[in-house]
Write a protein that binds this ligand. Structure first.
Ligand SMILES: C[S@@+](CC[C@H](N)C(=O)[O-])C[C@H]1O[C@@H](n2cnc3c(N)ncnc32)[C@H](O)[C@@H]1O
Length: 518
């Protein structure tokens, strides 16, 4: 009897009867069995007696994977198992699956003491911990040796009862998944270990800065496994996922042990994932008083990170700024036009920006490409100057995350221009970017080297202004020199040009210059 697969199939049958919207309310996406087994393996050595929690048990898969391990490894352990599930139907399934697992395990000399609770984990956990602050209950509080979870993911409103009740205990959380992680860190026994499968967003997103610093202070991240293809493990979850393994650590020490980084496309090839031991200092990166988790998953990645970390340049350092296009089409609808006219100026969309250049107007584009110039639109328009335009979103299948185009004022006759909200535009404050600077920055952003750096440091298909500001840049002379070559030879191979110039300036090692694949 394969309880793990049975529990997955039972869970899938239940979820198949629900609409996508209903599943989304509780973040219901099941872990495939191969991934569940991999996660159970990450718990490391299982002792003869331990406690384990799954705070969002679904139909019971992750705990079944742990029990399967105990049976396969002939460990005759005594195990205290706690599980929570908010959905009564999934709860019934988990309870009956784990009851059967208990009977099977007992036949093999294992003693499982299983408690499945049909409750909201966050509310139950915060009320236990908070009561314990005032009563003798703290002696009876459960500290777990292991926590294994695929928690729900969705944005949490500040007036959600879970946000309110947990704030005093673990601070403010904008997504329910980091709230589950924070509560887990809080209830792990000393040296207890936890494995979570969650979106990658917490590694770099601005909203998660506080959580990252708490995680770095209280836990040792032992391993990070990255799924490169979005949505293949959990249909409809269109973001990269990671499996993060962390253990409880004394607040007064900092992480020194290397972090094991691995990657696979999806759950199917996870068993072949090759582990890479990376110094914690390379993964945990401090920038502007914020901390980030970076994921160097390929051969050259450590070299790329070390190179970029050595550069002191940045947009602000060169008196440049990045802003988001001011024209939100549906709000400015009354002023948009499909055809040119005397009182209209160009309106540029993401589609006008393509591999280094700005192509405007586009015959094939079925969008209004002009916007009226009037007192009403004054705040939406910017003067025609030199800019670097960057798409704010890249499509999933697009080869590059950063897509930049050079907007040169000489190519436009009007005095002002509109940039639609899906574009970022870079300019120089109180002055203007030179043509060479525009061309040079555009080449850098479009290069394979910068694309790779961006992927190591960020799992998002969105390119935010904050991320562009924190992107290290080489010295301005190098940017200008790259730009000058692009101007004299528009067909130059940008990837190679960027590598050659950075190498000549001693800004990257020679190994990167000859690397076949970045
Ligand atoms: C992403 S699914 C994972 C289910 C299962 N652990 C697995 O790995 O397949 C998250 C589960 O948490 C449940 N859930 C959502 N919010 C919860 C809460 N506040 N407390 C307990 N369970 C919750 C959902 O109903 C869902 O079954």
């Amino acid at each position: 009897m394969d309880l793990l697969v049975e529990s997955f199939e039972a869970g899938q049958r239940i979820l198949a009867t629900r609409s996508a919207a209903a599943r989304k309310i509780h973040g219901q996406y099941l872990t495939p069995p191969t991934v569940a087994r991999y996660m159970a393996d990450q718990l490391g050595t299982l002792p003869k007696k331990f406690s384990i929690l799954d705070p969002a048990v679904g139909s019971g898969m992750l705990l079944c994977a742990v029990i399967e391990r105990l049976i396969n490894e002939n460990i005759t352990a005594e195990v205290q198992i706690d599980a929570y599930e908010i959905d009564p139907i999934l709860y019934e399934t988990a309870a009956s699956t784990l009851e059967r697992a208990q009977i099977e395990a007992e036949k093999r000399g294992l003693r499982l003491n299983v408690h499945v609770h049909c409750h909201d984990y966050v509310l139950a956990e915060t009320s236990h911990r908070q009561q314990s602050l005032f009563t003798v209950m703290s002696e009876h509080l459960q500290w777990y040796d292991f926590i294994i979870a695929n928690p729900p993911y969705f944005k949490l409103n500040s007036d959600d009862p879970r946000s309110k009740t947990s704030r005093a205990l673990v601070g403010t959380h904008t997504n329910i998944y980091t709230l589950f992680m924070a509560l887990a860190i809080n209830s792990l026994a000393p040296s207890g270990k936890s494995v979570f499968i969650v979106p990658r967003s917490f590694c770099s997103g601005a909203y998660f800065a506080h959580f990252r610093s708490e995680l770095a202070q209280q836990a040792t991240v032992e391993r990070l496994h990255l799924f490169e293809s979005r949505g293949q493990n959990f249909e409809e979850v269109l973001q990269e996922n990671v499996i993060v393994t962390f253990s409880q650590r004394d607040r007064h020490t900092s992480q020194t042990t290397p972090i094991v980084i691995s990657t696979s496309q999806n759950g199917g090839d996870i068993e072949n994932a090759e582990p890479r031991h990376v110094p914690a200092s390379l993964v945990l990166h401090q920038h502007d008083r914020s901390m980030f988790y970076r994921l160097p998953t390929e051969d050259n990645d450590a070299m790329i990170l070390r190179s970029f970390d050595g550069w002191n340049g940045s947009l602000h350092g060169y008196n440049m700024e990045v802003s988001t296009g001011r024209v939100v089409a549906f709000r400015a609808e009354a002023y948009l036009a499909l055809f040119a006219s005397e009182d209209a100026v160009p309106l540029l969309w993401m589609q006008h920006v393509k591999s280094g250049i700005v192509r405007y107007p586009l015959v094939e584009l079925r969008k209004p490409q002009w916007i009226q110039q009037s007192p009403d639109t004054e705040t939406l328009l910017v003067p025609v100057l030199n800019y670097v335009l960057l798409r704010r979103f890249s499509a999933k299948e697009e080869p590059r995350r950063l897509v930049a185009g050079a907007f040169l004022s000489d190519d436009f006759l009007s005095s002002t221009v509109g940039f639609e909200n899906h574009l970022n535009y870079i300019y120089r404050k109180q002055d203007e970017l030179s043509d060479a600077e525009v061309k040079g920055l555009t080449a850098l952003y479009n290069s394979a080297l910068f694309d790779r750096y961006f992927r190591i440091t960020n799992g998002n298909t969105q390119v935010n202004a904050a991320e562009l500001r924190s992107l290290p840049l080489p010295p301005l002379e190098i940017i200008q020199s790259i730009g000058a070559v692009c101007m004299s030879n528009p067909l130059v191979d940008v990837d190679q040009l960027v590598l050659d110039q950075l190498f000549e300036a001693n800004l990257i090692p020679s190994d990167l210059l000859i690397a076949e694949k970045i």
